[in-house]
Design a protein around this ligand. Structure first.
Ligand code: PMP
Length: 434
């Protein structure tokens, strides 16, 4: 095996042995291909040259408490001293975590742990197809539910691909794409029409109750209620994918905010503040179909499900979220950003709207707040990505990819928000002048 020459840079070494030099297609960010991360703490991370970035990307959402929270890190270290993974039976921690999730999340009568959100959504759709004996899954343009085939379509689609099937990958069987219907978000009439035509064949409707994979589209109550009503009327399974909204937007998730209770809920990310977790829970009659229960027919497995370190991280995270005013803090900072950024942007003469919920915010460069993915086609992509690159140059990390959202954590401060406002003004001004 050839050893790298001493002068070879870390990014070059990475690209030799890792395709593209990063471990996710979502980390392949133009302009940041040489970024090597060495440390993260609180509201910041540092690169291998020692540069500090205030982090609003937040790894796509998990660290609600901030990076490397001492209580979470301590719990993980303690768990590691006691036990790693036995792969048989159950641990006391898993029981406590399941009890906590069942207590917090209105739809959850039973819950199973996975290592990722994608696994949770995969199993949600599998059990829905199993119990209904039906073929079709409904998803919405602009929503992301993980990397598996049934949902790997119509996330961020180019204008000419909206309205058709737009797979995010090659290698997916056409018959799998055929079995997913793609509808418009916030369009109750479209949902009613799809059920009128295909209702008897729809196994599940899966939705991000707040589509955050395109920034933030706030759901209209009639839309979510229509999903609930149509699924109930036609015997289809309603899945809320709360991988982002769950815990981050409130301990009861978006179902707690909206009062619309799905049949199944998928979660991940903020539950364990950065450790690899997913959860699938819901109605007992559906969850009892999984093969974790003796004789049940829907196969369910995963070597690392309920890993003690992850469970310890989740328990420490949820304990802290319940004991300390975390939501109050991040919601207040989020309100500040959403209230004050428009005042910074307006004098610059650029069309811009700032939206979000709680700890999440996003600035779009367009005239009106978007309701649907189709509205987002008016966003000025060059401005969106360009100003964020200039933010990164100032040490403020908002991910410079189109339509990505930004996150606040318990570790961010008012002084961070002040700096964010100043940096945004400078970055947008520079981008306009470019
Ligand atoms: N659902 C939603 C709403 C997500 O945002 C994501 C991840 N961004 C997933 C599912 C998939 O989760 P994971 O990356 O942990 O597989």
């Amino acid at each position: 095996m050839q050893q790298p020459a001493p002068s070879t840079s870390l990014p070059e070494r990475a690209r030799r042995v890792i395709p593209g030099g990063v471990n996710s297609g979502q980390r392949n960010v133009p302009g940041l291909t040489d970024l090597v991360i060495s440390r993260a703490q609180g509201a910041s991370f540092w690169d291998s040259d020692g540069r500090q970035y205030t982090d609003y990307h937040a790894a796509f959402g998990p660290p609600l408490l901030g990076h490397n929270d001492p209580d979470v890190a301590g719990a993980v270290a303690e768990a590691g001293r006691k036990l790693d993974l036995c792969g048989v039976g159950v641990t006391e921690g898993e029981i406590e975590l399941a009890e906590t999730l069942v207590e917090l999340i209105p739809s959850m009568e039973r819950v199973l742990l996975t290592s990722t959100g994608s696994e949770a959504t995969f199993h949600a759709l599998r059990v829905a197809r199993a119990v209904t004996g039906r073929r079709l899954v409904v998803k919405f343009q602009g929503c992301y539910h993980g990397w598996h085939d049934s949902v790997s379509l119509n996330v961020i689609s180019a204008p000419e691909r909206v309205g058709g099937k737009d797979p995010i990958s090659t290698g997916i069987l056409p018959e799998v794409l055929d079995a997913t219907l793609v509808l418009r978000f916030n369009d109750p009439d479209g949902v009613r029409a799809a059920f009128a035509e295909h209702g008897a064949d729809i196994a599940a409707v899966i939705v991000e109750p707040v589509p955050h994979n395109v920034g933030c589209l706030l759901p209209e109550q009639e839309f979510l209620q229509t999903l609930r009503d149509e699924c109930t009327a036609h015997g289809s399974v309603l899945v809320f994918d709360e991988v982002i909204t769950g815990i981050r937007h409130g301990l009861a998730g978006w179902q707690g905010v909206s009062g619309v209770v799905p049949d199944l809920t998928t979660m991940g990310k903020a539950i364990a503040n950065g450790y690899p977790v997913g959860a699938l829970g819901g109605r007992a009659d559906l969850m009892d179909q999984f093969s974790s229960r003796p004789g049940a027919p829907v196969f369910f497995a995963g070597t690392y499900n309920g890993h003690p370190a992850v469970v310890a991280a989740a328990l420490a995270t949820l304990r802290k979220l319940r004991a300390e005013p975390v939501h109050e803090h991040v919601f207040r900072l989020g309100e500040r950003v959403r209230a004050e950024l428009p005042g910074v942007l307006a004098p610059l003469g650029v069309p811009a709207v700032v939206t979000g919920y709680g700890s999440v915010f996003v600035t779009y460069f367009m005239d009106e707040l978007p309701r649907t993915y189709e509205d987002l086609l008016a966003n000025d992509t060059g401005m969106f990505v360009g100003y964020r690159r200039r933010m990164v140059d100032q040490g403020i990390f908002e991910l410079p990819l189109n339509l990505k959202r930004s996150h606040l954590s318990y570790a961010h401060t008012d002084a961070d928000v002040d700096r964010l406002l100043e940096a945004t003004e400078r970055a947008v001004r520079e981008q306009l002048a470019a």
